[in-house]
Design a protein around this ligand. Sequence first.
Ligand code: PMP
Length: 396
Amino acid sequence: MNRYPQLRHELDELHRMGLTRSLRQTEYVAKSQGTWIVANGQKLLNLSSNNYLGLSYDPRILHSWEMASQAFGAGGTSSRLVVGNFSCYDHTEKMISRWKEREAALVFANGYMANLGCITALLDRHGAVYSDRLNHASIVDGTILSRADHYRYRHNDYEHLQYLLRKHKGNHRRNVIVTDTVFSMDGDKADVEELVRIKHDHGVFLMVDEAHAGGVYGKSGAGLCHQYGVHQEVDILMGTCSKALGLYGAYVCADQVVIDYLVHTCRPLIYSTSLPPALISAIGQSVAIVQQEDWRRKELYRKSKQFRMKLQQAGLLVPAGDSPIVPLLLGDNQTAIQYSKLLEQEGILAVAIRPPTVPENSARIRFSLMATHSDEDLAWATHKIIRTAIELGVIT
Ligand code: PMP
């Protein structure tokens, strides 16, 4: 019996356009530190996670998780503003703020909520958000929810951004430029020095999302803004614990007054249960490891560089860059799906990314590297990726 014909029809339409999504069941091969995965009973080399530094199985992080759950219990039990603000929060937030060299830090449930929460706290219908066209969906959704005017500038085009700032000058009570620092689907970077100059010239706020830069760039992995020495100039530095830190959750770093303001105004923080304390402790442990173990970043750079170069040399459309996100641009959805399926048959998990996650006609395979991938596994995968491209007629 078809009880929801309209929904069925819309799903069929998505299928016809090559836009079907599915919840694949996955399990990690524990000894491989997450570099190998079992999906639908098949063992696959994992080239699709954001676990850039290979920390999700780190025994020190797991130990800290276990110890904290014994000490504090399993759940947050209420909002942080009621009885959910365990002492491990203070410890972890101090560690994050020292790492980021900012006055204060505030942990959030996840990156999506951090972006949504900060934007809606800072802005209302009298404000304006100037947003890179390729920013993460959570920035777009936060802006829509805030009811602020939404001005999207062309990707990394700061002439366009300044044109928009001049055009709407004086029309809003508060103006915020928001950008990812490393773009999640392309792996390219914002020019954070230029953005800081623009922020000062126009007297507006600057908020950056360092989700894919945290742990990867800058001294001690503190992010792209640190690499360029502008981390003190940015008003709100947001980062996630779900990528290089190997965990879950997110944080925002800023001056104390900004953090105090968020505690009073940020609805996802006020009206949602605090994260499990074990997770908060584990985040603190992961931040310590990320700062100390520079070798992970060195391995990640070396492996990403080699992987990218080999695909480019084979004639594949892989943009220049130095991030562990290596997109292979294919264009149409069906080719991307077919490519991903063939790679899976060869023993490689590399997911096809399609609209609306990326713009129309820019479907791709998004490879992402880990510091802990072995050189042998990557050499084997590179060979298969190139052979599959020839088989599909992507290159000759
Ligand atoms: N910002 C960016 C740039 C992201 O790529 C993501 C996640 N893919 C998020 C925010 C959301 O982070 P989380 O997964 O922790 O909700």
